[in-house]
Design a protein around this ligand. Sequence first.
Ligand SMILES: Cc1cc2nc3c(=O)[nH]c(=O)nc-3n(C[C@H](O)[C@H](O)[C@H](O)COP(=O)(O)O)c2cc1C
Length: 196
Amino acid sequence: MKISVILAHPYKKSFNYAIYETVLRNLQINGIEVMAHDLYFEKFNPLLKGKELLNGETSDSLVIQHRKEIKKADGIIIIHPNWWGQPPAILKGWIDRVLRSGVAYEFEEGDDGSGIPKGLLKAKTVLIFNTSNTHEEREINVFEDPLERIWRYCVFDFCGIKNFHRKMFSVVASSTFEERKQWLKEVKMIVADHFF
Ligand SMILES: Cc1cc2nc3c(=O)[nH]c(=O)nc-3n(C[C@H](O)[C@H](O)[C@H](O)COP(=O)(O)O)c2cc1C
């Protein structure tokens, strides 16, 4: 089994980075082949420019590698903080450039792009781990949980992946060391429930 793991966080001492390390360690000790990417560390270029917009063609070798890997992944895990109710810009650019038509989805012949696309990804399961500083009730009632809409419906349902699980850890700013230790145990359990 091959799992793609994508991290979008600029700081190695962050809780997001601890989630990333926990995920990688647990996949690896269970003999799973991991395709891991720390987008900031590898300086992923998020800008979709020029002709790439028209036909998806690019000479950016990292984007080409990401597209190849996401196509062959049996599972996908994405880790990022809530920034303005959205993924950090580097990860938004990863969606734009990697999950392209012909890679992650395609429209039937004759469809002008307004129809329901066919998903092309092999992965059956997606896990999203998020962190934030907002209490769950406020996130849902005031902000309408934008990350759930983005990832579940706009991105992965569009690409045909129905087995979707997202976990938000919050409030990070006031969390204790013990709480964060417990959260990392939850990360381990969620990964195990979905992949082992
Ligand atoms: C640019 C920026 C925007 C943010 N926007 C939000 C937000 O909309 N909602 C929220 O709850 N927290 C927001 N935060 C707080 C982060 O979600 C929080 O610091 C992070 O999840 C903590 O995890 P970390 O220690 O791994 O960075 C924002 C932080 C930054 C830097």
